[in-house]
Design a protein around this ligand. Structure first.
Ligand SMILES: Nc1ncnc2c1ncn2[C@@H]1O[C@H](COP(=O)(O)OP(=O)(O)OP(=O)(O)O)[C@@H](O)[C@H]1O
Ligand SMILES: [Mg+2]
Length: 303
């Protein structure tokens, strides 16, 4: 059973702050309403077909991790229950259920806090060229997807719309947010990643790396945005882990393999997806949720 699929939200009573590739953000004044749609992106392009239940999986996974890490750092979540949202949201309650979060609006710090436990993506690219990632020297002889002795903090600056984030050195980050805050962000990010990866590994999922965002409200440092979802992290199936090449993505592999098989040139628009690919992708997202959280998402599907 699936719930209605949402590709785009049109909440006319609310003020739309912006749309990301996946999420629509509404401005509630002191708060934000973050709505995860069922849009799916691959190779940085949004697909024409939505993936049923994906938005709920992303929201509920974020919620799970925010709860699990709240002893390490406070986060922006105020409520994920539509009943708690302002009156203007109530006419959208069916759509919002399970896929939305009311959060504290903060001043966003202009750095992406990336932690890597394995060498992949832009980290691997940098290491291959220079033996370093974001100015951190790593041992010789590592291969693509190698596990690092210790997780490393590799910050990035947020790119303008349409561009990729740019990896920066810790010194550059210190210049942007100040020495003290940079150190704090590093320590917190590594602690959060460390806790999450332990939990995930026990469930057969490797979290190779992840990206976090922080904001400030008054003098308080707050973890914001989404947390440890397949959109902000690399999830790999542990039983198939084999360093020396790229790993299978837990959630997007069917889709990526399909797109590669039809030789799509990765520039928009993306081709329509066969139903089988949509369904398999959906199953993988649900499986990621069920494995990590330890219970099925179906309780939300029947709400
Ligand atoms: N608590 C918060 N306070 C203020 N801004 C927030 C908060 N939580 C998230 N944001 C911001 O909301 C935006 C969420 O947008 P979203 O991630 O959906 O799109 P995007 O980053 O523009 O694009 P992409 O699809 O590539 O992620 C980000 O700019 C993020 O910094
Ligand atoms: Mg984003």
């Amino acid at each position: 059973m699936t719930t209605p699929v949402i590709s785009t939200t049109e909440c006319k009573n609310l003020i739309l702050k912006g749309r990301g590739k996946v999420r629509d953000i509404y401005d509630l004044g002191d708060q934000l309403l973050i709505v995860a749609t069922d849009r799916m992106s691959a190779f940085d392009v949004v697909m024409p077909n939505p993936i049923p239940d994906k938005g709920r999986v992303l929201t509920q996974l974020s919620k799970f991790w925010f709860d699990l890490t709240k002893d390490i750092v406070p986060n922006h979540v105020i409520s994920t229950e539509v009943e708690d949202y302002p009156k203007d949201c109530q006419s959208y309650r069916e759509m919002l259920k399970g896929r939305s979060m009311m959060v504290m609006k903060t001043e966003v710090l202009p750095v992406e806090c990336v932690v890597r436990g394995y060498l992949s993506g832009s980290g691997w690219e940098e290491y291959r060229k220079s033996g370093e990632v974001c100015g951190i020297g790593l041992p010789k002889g590592l291969v693509e997807s190698s596990k690092l002795d210790e997780p490393i903090f590799t910050p990035a600056t947020k790119a303008e719309m349409g561009l990729h984030d740019e990896n920066i050195s810790f010194e550059k980050m210190e210049k942007i947010v100040g020495k003290e805050l940079a150190k704090k962000l590093e320590t917190l990010s590594i602690a959060i990643y460390g806790k999450a990866r332990e939990v995930a590994e026990e469930k057969g999922i490797i979290i190779a790396d992840t990206k976090m965002e922080f904001g400030v409200k008054g003098k308080k440092l707050i973890l914001i945005d989404e947390l440890l979802t397949p959109d902000s992290s690399r999830f790999w199936p542990k039983d198939e882990y084999q360093p020396g090449g790229p790993q299978k993505s837990f959630d997007k592999q069917f889709l990526r393999d399909y797109l590669l098989s039809i030789h799509w040139d990765k520039s928009p628009p993306a081709p329509p997806l066969p139903e089988e690919i949509v369904q398999k992708t959906r199953e993988k997202y649900l499986e990621a949720y069920e494995r990590l959280v330890g219970r099925p998402l179906s309780s939300f599907l029947t709400l």
